[in-house]
Design a binder for this molecule. Sequence first.
Ligand SMILES: [Zn+2]
Length: 491
Amino acid sequence: MNWNRRVTALLGAAALLMAVRFPVAAQVPQTERPGIPGDTPKPVPAGDTSAIAKEAEGWLSDLIKINTSNPPGNEQIAAMYVVGILAKDGIKAEILDMAPGRSAVVARLRSAAMADPSRALLLVAHLDTVPVEKARWSVDPFAAVIKDGYLYGRGAIDDKGMLAANLAVFIELKRSMAHLNRDVIFLATDDEETSGDASIRMLIAKHWDRFAAGFAINEGGNVFLKNGKVQYTGVQASEKVAFNVAVIARGTSGHASQPLKDNPVVHLAAAVAKIGNYSAPVHFTSIVRRYFEGLAPLEDDEIGKWIRSMDTPDRGEHAQRVISDASPLWNSMLRDTIAPTVLNAGVANNVIPAEARANLNVRLLPGDTIDVVLSDLNKLVNDPLVKLELQPNAGLAAPPSSLESDFYAVISKVVTQEFGGAPALPFQSTWLTDSAQLRLHNVQAYGLVPFPLNQEDLKRMHGDDERIPLASFDKGVDVLAKIVSEFAVAH
Ligand SMILES: [Zn+2]
């Protein structure tokens, strides 16, 4: 079937699906909502976003109901839903097919007849989500249940929340007929969670001309709520790099009634135990150094003192240990991490296997090299029966985004104003985002999920009972609208 006919057929199917599943734009009932403390009520400013935020809550609910668990993703239906929402406001979006059933969406609001990609601003979010362990959820993860002011569902934060917020801001720009001083481009990517063959890497390779931009805002950073107040906004300007390494133990297979010393299960277990207890040395990247400098005065005196001591010759090592023990996030920002994630051995209960394998998920600080880590781990394991093998699809280190750009300054100014003076800190995420690929194409990409979230809610991303407080969602839409307006609208 040719491309056009296929799209027409699919759009027809999507319209039908929407008519069946979403008879009216989902109406989100007004329930009790936890407020965002520290967010003191202000007179309604010009460009009030409360109406569009309500609409976007409905889009978010609809998007949660379209299951895009990756694998397999099946983002095409969500892509068509997004195209339909944009079309209602007269915005013509393009579906970019990446693989059967997998698509991205791009749309553009022009500032001038001729595009200037170096000035353009890209709003990025991904359509896919990680899978769920349904039995561990207290609600149906794809029903968009609203309870106590929270919207529950896989993707509520990561990344359908951001996707709905981007849609809201983009559509509001169009509705208000804003006079843009740069093109604003909406991009919904697919296959972000597994970074596979349908991901942004391929999207850039095939369609870069459709969304080439100098600046981007994407997921990756967070507005951190602590004790009910925004403590700081982490604006992601860099991220760690992921690798997988196989640990392979080989020995003699045979009858379990007469075990030998080279049992690979035993050698693998010993190697994994050593690796699991290993802590790589601390390296400060420039962004992490700036982050901790900004963080020290925001923490209590005790933690603040240890943060300031981390880089001193006498107490540095001890301070690094205290800070690493205080937070898994901080630990991982300071060093390469190596996490055993998969074990594989054995064919039967009474047979010693010839081989036992484990997978290590390694996250390197940008600038560090995997060969050094492998050599350190080989020395640590020190077992001729155990080999380490780097697996394909290694991550690529990207240069950090500039902390001196106009866009970083705008983000920093707006979030500080909007979150009661809580500062913006440059952030190096331990997790991966599409931004690394953008940075490799000279895009100044910044990560900011603009919704104020506490640890309790943040840890549900990729976990069970993912949810977003609707008050945080609305606030995030408003903050994102202010950032984009300040940067891209002629005043
Ligand atoms: Zn994500």
